[in-house]
Design a protein around this ligand. Structure first.
Ligand code: NOJ
Length: 683
C-alpha cells in the first residue's frame, strides 16, 4: 500500500557538532518512522552530503558524511545540490517461505534525494533512506551517465558518528581466520576495524546494531573507527586496491542501523530481511526446513578422517549406519563429508585438490544415495572448496547436476583457507590474492546460489560471506556458519567455547541471520578422543541451543552411539521444530543470559529455550504468549539441583506440569546451564 507521506518536514537548521560542523546554509530534509520513533535528517552542508538519526528527538547518529572516492576521476562527495526529493510510505505484510516468524510487516517511510553536482561534470547520485520504527536503512544509487562512464570505487565515505563511548561487541576484520573469533566487549574507543553486525549499548540503555542488507555485486562493509566516536565504512578491497568494480552503474547494499531499548528488540527486528528483494524462486516446495545428522563430528574428534585410509569416515558402511539411524529417528538428511577425492594431504592449503564428482573407492555414492532414498532419507551433499574458487567453479555445474540426479536437496559448502587467498591468475599468469569477503567472493557466492536453485538444491555455507538477508530473495540460501561453531569445542585452543559465547551469539552473529552452529552434542566430554577439550555447558543448555540459535537446517551433531546412550536428550532433539510461526524474547542480557520462546509453524506448540553464561541464576518467565483460554502441558528439561557445567553437566531433570497464560514459571539455570520447555495445548 502506498500513501502520501505527511511526516516529511523541510527544515533549515544550524548545528554545531565537532565531528561534522554544519553551516548555517545547510539544507535538510527530515523523514520520520511510521510511529514517529525515529527520524533521519539528510542535508547538504556547503554541498557536502550528510545524514543524522534521532530517536524520540534524541540524537543517536550525529551528522555523518556520505559519498565516494572514485578511481581516475574526482570524488563524488561534495559540490552537490538537491535536484529533487521524493517521499513515500510503504506498508505490506509478506510471508516467509521458512523462518523464525511466518508473517513479517514491512512498514517504513522513505526519502529519496536526487543529488547533482552544482557545476563541472554535473554528475548524479541518489541516496535513499527507509525509516522504520526499529531502525533505518539507506543506500546509494549511482545511475549510468555520460560523465561517469566507469565507476570503480576506491573508498566509500559513509560515516556513523556515535554520541558517546558506547559499549561495543565486535569481531575484528582483516584477520586470517575470517569471522571465526569470539566477540570482544569493549568501549567504542577501543574499536579498530571490525566486521558487522556490530552491536552497541549506550549509557542510556539503547541497543544498536550496525550491519548491511542485500549485499549483491559489492564488497563487504567493515567499520573502521577513524577518530573519537566516528566509524567509517571500510570496504574489503580487490587485489588491485579497488574496493568495488561497479561497471556503469551502482546500487549499494543498504547500510543498516537497528535501534531498540532492549537487546530482545534487536533480536526480533526483521529490518534486514525487509530491505531485501522478495523471493525470486517460483516453486519453493522443495525447500524444506529440517534436521540432519552426519559423518562430521567424528572427524572433528579425530575418531575418523576425511582422507582415505584405515580411519576413513565416509565409507559406504558407515554412511549406511548413519542413514539407518536417521531413518529410525526421523532425521531428514545425512551429511557425508570426506566422500570425494582430494582430502589426502594438506587439503586446507587452498590447493587445486578436490574433485566434486569422483567418490573415494570405499564410498559407493550412487548406492548410498539410493539406500538413503529407499529409507526415506536424503544425503546432504558436501563441497569443501578449500577456497580454491575457480577450480570449484570449473566443476560446480557438473557437481550440482550429479547431486540433483541423486535426489540430494541440500549441500553444505566450505571455504576453509586463510583470510586472503589465491583465487585467480591474471592475464600475465600472476596470482591475485582476494579476501573471503570482497566483491570477487560476493559474486562467486551469488553464482552458486543461483546455480543451486536451478538444481533445486538448498545451501548451508561455511566460511562464506556474512548473511545480509539474501535468504528472502533466495530462500534456498538457508543457513551458514561464518562464526565460531560447535567444532571449536572439539579442537579449539580455548579447550571449548566459553559459556558466555552462546549468550553473546543472539545479539552478535545471529543478528545477521540463520547460523549452522551444529548443536546437539550430548557426550560433553570426549576424553577418549580429545582429552584437552570439552563442551562447556550442561546437557540441558546444549538442548536449549536449538531454540536460542535459529537455523532452518539444524544438525544433531553427535554420533549415533552417543545418542543411544542419552535417549532423553535425543527425544527432545527429534521433536524440536526448525520452522517457526513466531519468536519472542522473554529475557535478554548480552553475554549473560537469554530466554527465547518460539511457536511451531505446524502446530499450536510453543518452545522455550533459556541459557546462561558461567553464572547460575534464577529467572521468572511470564507465559503470557500462550493462548488465554487454554491449558498447556509443559514438558520441562531443566538443570538438576546439582548441575554445573564444570563438575556435573549431565544432571538434567525432565518433568511435566500444567500451565496457562497466567503462569509465571520460575527458571533456575545452573552455572553454564540451560532449560528447554515444550508447551502443548491440552485437548
Ligand atoms: C570447516 C567447516 O566449518 C566444518 O564444518 C567442516 O567439517 C570442515 N571445514 C571441512 O569441510
Amino acid at each position: 500500500m502506498r500513501t502520501p507521506l505527511f511526516s516529511i518536514l523541510l527544515v533549515f537548521m544550524l548545528s554545531i557538532i565537532a565531528a561534522f560542523p554544519i553551516t548555517s546554509t545547510a539544507q535538510t530534509h527530515t523523514v520520520t518512522s511510521p510511529e514517529n520513533v525515529l527520524s533521519v535528517t539528510f542535508g547538504l552542508n556547503d554541498g557536502v552530503p550528510f545524514y543524522s538519526v534521532d530517536r524520540f528527538g534524541v540524537p543517536v547518529i550525529s551528522p555523518s558524511r556520505l559519498g565516494f572516492q572514485l578511481q581516475g576521476t574526482a570524488p563524488l562527495d561534495r559540490n552537490f545540490r538537491i535536484a529533487a526529493h521524493h517521499t513515500e510510505t510503504f506498508d505490506e505484510t509478506w510471508t516467509q517461505v521458512w523462518g523464525e516468524k511466518k508473517h513479517i510487516r514491512n512498514h517504513y517511510n522513505e526519502l529519496r534525494v536526487e543529488l547533482q553536482e552544482a557545476e563541472g561534470a554535473r554528475r548524479e547520485m541518489s541516496v535513499v533512506f527507509r525509516v522504520y520504527d526499529d531502525g533505518i536503512g539507506f543506500r546509494y544509487e549511482i545511475p549510468e551517465q555520460e560523465n561517469l562512464p566507469v565507476i570503480d570505487i576506491l573508498d566509500e565515505l559513509t560515516e556513523f558518528t556515535l554520541t558517546g563511548n558506547h559499549t561495543a561487541w565486535w569481531v575484528g576484520a582483516y584477520q586470517w581466520n575470517r569471522f571465526e573469533y569470539y566477540p570482544q566487549e569493549t568501549p567504542l574507543s577501543a574499536v579498530d576495524t571490525v566486521h558487522t553486525p556490530l552491536t552497541m549499548k549506550t549509557a542510556d540503555d539503547l541497543y544498536l546494531s550496525f550491519h548491511e542488507a542485500a549485499l549483491v555485486d559489492y564488497s563487504t562493509m567493515t567499520l573502521e573507527r577513524t577518530e573519537g566516536y566516528t566509524l567509517k565504512a571500510n570496504l574489503m578491497p580487490w587485489a588491485d586496491g579497488v574496493r568495488v568494480k561497479g561497471g556503469t552503474s551502482v546500487i549499494t547494499p543498504w547500510r543498516t542501523i537497528q535501534i531498540s531499548d532492549t537487546p530482545g528488540g534487536l533480536f526480533t527486528s526483521y529490518l534486514i530481511l525487509n530491505l531485501n528483494e522478495p523471493n525470486k524462486i517460483e516453486d519453493t516446495s522443495w525447500i524444506k526446513p529440517s534436521k540432519y545428522v552426519g559423518i562430521w563430528w567424528e572427524m572433528h574428534l579425530d575418531k575418523s578422517t576425511w582422507g582415505s585410509g584405515e580411519k576413513h569416515g565416509a565409507t559406504t558402511e558407515n554412511a549406511k549406519r548413519y542413514i539407518d539411524f536417521a531413518a529410525e529417528h526421523g532425521f531428514d538428511h545425512v551429511l557425508v563429508e570426506g566422500w570425494n577425492t582430494g582430502w589426502d594431504g594438506e587439503w586446507y592449503a587452498s590447493g587445486v585438490v578436490f574433485s566434486f564428482t569422483e567418490p573415494y573407492e570405499d564410498f559407493d555414492l550412487e548406492g548410498v544415495a539410493q539406500y538413503a532414498l529407499d529409507n526415506g532419507v536424503r544425503l546432504m551433499g558436501h563441497h569443501e572448496t578449500s577456497a580454491s574458487v575457480l577450480h570449484y567453479e570449473d566443476q560446480m555445474e557438473d557437481a550440482f547436476a550429479l547431486y540433483e540426479r541423486l535426489g540430494v536437496r541440500a549441500v553444505k559448502s566450505g571455504y576453509v583457507g586463510h583470510g586472503q587467498e589465491i583465487f585467480w591468475l591474471d592475464d600475465d599468469g600472476e596470482p591475485q590474492y582476494e579476501w573471503h569477503h570482497g566483491q570477487f567472493m560476493v559474486n562467486h557466492h551469488q553464482r552458486v546460489v543461483e546455480l543451486a536453485a536451478r538444481h533445486k538444491i538448498a545451501l548451508n555455507v561455511h566460511e562464506g560471506v556474512k548473511d545480509t538477508g539474501l535468504r528472502r530473495t533466495w530462500p534456498n540460501l538457508m543457513t551458514r556458519e561464518v562464526a565460531i561453531g560447535q567444532e571449536y569445542n572439539a579442537w579449539g585452543e580455548a579447550g571449548g567455547n566459553p559459556p558466555e559465547y552462546t549468550v553473546q551469539l543472539p545479539f552478535t552473529r545471529s543478528l545477521a541471520g540463520p547460523f549452522d552452529y551444529t548443536p546437539g552434542v550430548v557426550d560433553l566430554h570426549f576424553d577418549q578422543y580429545r582429552p584437552d577439550n570439552r563442551i562447556k555447558s550442561t546437557l540441558a543448555k546444549e538442548l536449549a541451543l536449538y531454540i536460542t540459535i535459529y537455523s532452518p537446517l539444524h544438525m544433531a551433531a553427535d554420533l549415533p552411539e552417543h545418542y543411544e546412550a542419552r535417549p532423553d536428550a535425543l527425544e527432545f532433539i527429534k521433536m524440536v521444530p526448525t520452522d517457526w510461526y513466531d519468536t519472542k524474547v522473554l529475557h535478554a542480557s548480552i553475554g549473560n543470559y537469554v530466554t527465547i520462546v518460539r511457536k511451531d509453524v505446524n502446530s499450536d506448540d510453543w518452545y522455550l529455550g533459556s541459557i546462561t553464561d558461567e553464572n547460575g541464576r534464577f529467572l521468572e518467565a511470564p507465559l503470557h504468549f500462550l493462548d488465554r483460554d487454554r491449558e498447556y502441558n509443559a514438558i520441562i528439561y531443566r538443570d538438576g539441583h546439582d548441575a554445573d557445567w564444570e563438575s556435573n553437566p549431565y544432571d538434567m531433570v525432565i518433568e511435566e506440569i500444567t500451565v496457562n497464560a497466567n503462569t509465571i514459571l520460575p527458571i533456575r539455570l545452573a552455572a553454564g546451564g540451560g532449560q528447554v520447555i515444550r508447551f502443548t495445548p491440552v485437548p
